[in-house]
Design a protein around this ligand. Structure first.
Ligand code: CP
Length: 314
């Protein structure tokens, strides 16, 4: 594994899940493994879980981590090759990434999509510019199209709650939101769920189809009630439209997940990556009830990151 930016293979996912579960039992099993290594955590966008869990993971392995909130503390970056920098950008990614590459042993980057330039976003342009110019192993802390550390933590959480099932029914259900939200969590969740050979149904209002490259192999069901029947895991997430790109399409049906909607899936556990807008995306009764795995998912972010850093050191 050179970088950690996406699902690579079922065998690697399995290895990382096992390692994450091992570190969950014994977080300080290898406190010197990363001694002398330095991790740069570069945030172009806000974070709570990703930032703190990755720092704890690094600390558990003896890795020094330094956070740079580029959006608030760094220079405004120019991303385009050959740009004449006579506007607002101050430093070219070519220079900034090369400097960071000389300071660190690994870089981890959060770079959300613009949701206005579909080509750049779907090419994952920003994180790929860092990879191109830093010359180091890069970990995605959520890119324009994927959130692999979240998905690895989600797969660990599913594994912990399988109750003996080999092929659980997993449902990814669209949720309402007031803002245009990226596709990264939904894309990655589909990629990893299918990669782990689980049975995936995706339900969303018509018009909210995800990029097909991430959903091939999933069942698409526009009727939410039918999709949810007999589910073992229900993952709740909003995303904006992919066609037309980054837009919000008016939806007239109620898509908020409630206990009533889960009446035909008594065993279903409910997941969300957080942050969640309560009673808009997901109801209090579910979030605060026995079905909710959201806190377990958030805790597992530490051990997912620890497994990934361990693998990169190895
Ligand atoms: N789930 C997640 O990535 O949370 P943050 O945006 O707070 O890091």
């Amino acid at each position: 594994m050179k970088h950690f930016t996406q699902f690579e293979s079922t065998s690697l996912a399995e290895e990382l899940i096992e390692k994450a579960m091992y570190y969950k039992n014994t977080p300080l099993a290898s406190p010197e493994k990363g001694k002398g290594k330095r991790l740069g955590l570069i945030f172009l966008n806000p974070s709570l879980r990703t930032r703190v869990s990755t720092q704890i993971a690094a600390s558990n392995l003896g890795i020094e981590s330094i956070v740079l909130n580029m959006d608030k503390e760094g220079w405004a970056l120019e991303m385009q090759d050959g740009a004449v920098m006579n506007k607002t950008t101050v430093e070219h990614i070519k220079d900034a990434a090369a400097v960071l590459g000389s300071y660190f042993d690994f870089l981890a980057i959060r770079a959300f999509p613009s949701l206005t330039n579909k080509t750049e976003d779907t090419d994952d342009f920003t994180i790929n510019q860092f990879i191109k110019y830093a010359g180091l192993p890069v970990v995605s802390l959520e890119s324009a199209i994927r959130h692999p550390l979240q998905s690895l933590a989600d797969m660990v959480t599913i594994r912990e709650n399988l109750s003996g099932k080999k092929k659980p029914k997993v449902v990814l259900t669209w949720a309402p939101h007031i803002k245009a939200i990226p596709h990264a969590v939904a894309n990655s969740f589909a990629e990893w769920t299918l990669g782990c050979n689980y049975d995936l149904t995706i339900t969303h209002p018509e018009g909210y189809e995800l990029d097909e490259k991430f959903t091939q192999g999933a069942t698409i069901e526009h009727n939410q009630e039918r999709a949810l029947a007999d589910a073992d895991f229900v993952y709740v997430k909003n995303w904006s439209a992919f066609h037309p790109y980054g837009k919000i399409i008016q939806v007239n049906q109620p898509w908020l997940l409630t206990e009533e909607k889960l009446k035909n899936s008594p065993e279903a556990k409910v997941m969300h990556c957080l942050p969640v807008r309560r009673n808009l995306e997901l109801s209090d009764e579910i979030l605060d009830g026995p079905r909710s795995l959201v806190q377990q998912q958030a805790k597992n972010r530490i051990f997912a990151a620890q497994a990934v850093l361990d693998k990169l050191i190895s």
